[in-house]
Design a protein around this ligand. Sequence first.
Ligand code: PXL
Length: 449
Amino acid sequence: MLKKVVLSIAGSDSSAGAGIQADLKSFSYLNLHGVTALTCVTAQNTQQVRAIYKIPADIIAQQIESLCDDFSIAAVKTGMLYDEEIVHVVTQQLKKHHLKPIVDPVMVATSGDALANHSFLASLKKVLLPQASMVTANIPEACALTDMKSIRQKDLENVAKKIFELGPEYVLVKGGHLQDEMVTDLLYDGKQFHRFTLPRIPQKKAHGSGCTLSALITGLLAAGESPVTAVQKAKSIVWSMIQEGYTPGKGADVLNHSSTLQIPPLVQHNEQFDVWLQLKTAVETLVSFLQSQYIPEVGMNFVYASPNAKTRNDVCAIEGRITRYKDQALLCGTLDFGASKHVASIVLAAMSFDTTIRSALNIRYTKKTLQLSTNLGFTLGSFDRKFEPQNATSTMEWGTKHAITTCGYVPDIISDTGTIGKEPMIRVLGKNPQDVLAKIKKITDASFL
Ligand code: PXL
């Protein structure tokens, strides 16, 4: 098996929430081979940093030499470098081996304890940042790099520009320390700004999130992602690792680097995030009870449109499908906006009649299911592919509109009996994923009676 090799030059956190331990766990999460050059050993737990021991400069140099002599290093990050001497030796080695690092300008631990001495900042700015491919600064670090006392949301672009002048190719300013409910990180490449937004996860003090984010960015760059995509994916992954974080000791929470949670898409505002979250919750419930007999040959999708959705990109859906696995339903894939064609077209068509009908899913066609639905009092509509006009751009859009016009309202269910090569299908529509789920539950429960 071939694995890309990524290097972390950083300090050890004995509590393993941050530092080189977090970096290695992040590289493993991405299925990369992480190697390390240790700069410092810290004695710390989840409450405090008790001691810092510097690794001798020549041993740091030898670690990097040894690795570069053996491996082809696909990307490298730096974490805790502590002082001028270490900054110099690391920069020298990176230059020698033509490596441009992702620099996490670590200065203070989550506990508030210092992880750098007075000589660090000036040398970082002078020698390492001109060599960097990216610097990832939180608000206090950005203040230190720009000599600013405080930074507010509106200052972020100017701050990014100022840091960019220090020489890195990309600047990421992370907004987590600003108090907003939605946390925006700003990436600047000298020309364009890119914003990455997700909601704050309340009540979590996530020790190691900075190390993890920069390690994931490093790994994703090594894996061939563009800087913008790498930051975007890394942020989403960190979000789910914090969401599933835990409290291993008496102090700070740490990230769960083995998180298997769904990774959220980046959003513009809270409403869009809520669409994803509601759909995700409903999908998880659905696969927990749905039997395989309801799943069509082509698989099932479940969608939820943002309010006032106009295009498929405004509709959250499963990128992939719910498929059959033995007797059960199995979710294959992740949820994202723009991920569905068919079921999203159905919802968009329904919304053109009634903006409150924003969710739908498709299930296997059987006469029994239609009969049960009628008995349960659901309203039924249908279309016949035979009558689709030649000039229709989308069968689903035409069929849905046809069924709704015939009924005079948006029915609970729209079915069609298929044609050669097109599986017959039942779609269940509703106001939101919970509404659709409740209808499906009634149908599946009734089939047992
Ligand atoms: O989160 C920054 C960081 C980096 N490196 C080490 C650390 C910490 C935070 O505690 O301990 C070794």
